[in-house]
Design a protein around this ligand. Sequence first.
Ligand code: AHR
Length: 308
Amino acid sequence: TKAGHQELPQETIVRKVPVLGFSQLGSESAWRLANTSSIMESAAESDVKIMMENAEQSQDKQFEAIREFVKQKVDVIAVAPVVETGWEPVLREVEKAGIPVVIIDRYVDVSDTSLYVTHIGSDFYEEGRKAGKYLLDKFSDQREPIGIVELKGTEGSTPSIARGKGFRDVIANHSQFRIIESDHADFTTDKGKEVMKKFLHERKGQIRVLFSHNDDMTLGAIEAIEQLGLVPGKDIVIVTVDGTRRALEKLSEGKINLVVECNPLLGPNLIQAVKEIVKGNTIPKRIVTTENVFTQVTAAGEIVNRSY
Ligand code: AHR
């Protein structure tokens, strides 16, 4: 080159960092906090820029966030939907803007599944079945009625609908199992305690089993049970879903009988999917997380690995 002149590179590669708009549904549970951290950390470790909005259980806020992401012209939108229904209109708007959508964790009930590229998350129906199967085993030689109370999660949410259905499908042909009370406690500890108190009050002496849709509600329910002088895990058999550290501790103390795992660490899968999508690659329509069940025997071994 002549002095003072810079030679231009033959080819200038402009590498654009993909931008992901993520609408998280809330912060109701330890599971949810772990889910958010996993996604934020995975994004930070990769070259994906993330914009996250927390909707605090409001579907309207999720709509607002999604519309804002469209305005900002993000490359991909990920939605963890609070409830299943009502998504079609906003997803049509996103489709018109040409932005691909990933559904994460809970599901959206839409008639046209081309409105999203993939759904990443647990098989909630199978989780409910696992809870039911455990009870069939545990009470295999009992013919007298077994009174079950159920703490359900957020009304209209996939985990609440599907866990409830999976559970019912398994116990259906075993008439000794009777769901005597069932109510929503929104996946939170406070509500779990409040609703369990109500069950205990209304169904004194009739409750043999608690099936709780998540650990946070279970922890609240355990408090309510102990306040009445009953022994959780013995007087009332407890089956819960998630597998947070605090629940695994209660499991190893004998206060919970079974934990059905629901894995919140979806960050690596999500970020991988985003990268493939922006490259134009095809990915599976459904990505299911592999999950376990934990017993009082296996709990201790799991606690050491638990980050949430
Ligand atoms: O959608 C997953 C569920 O939502 C988890 O089981 C629960 O803890 C969370 O709030």
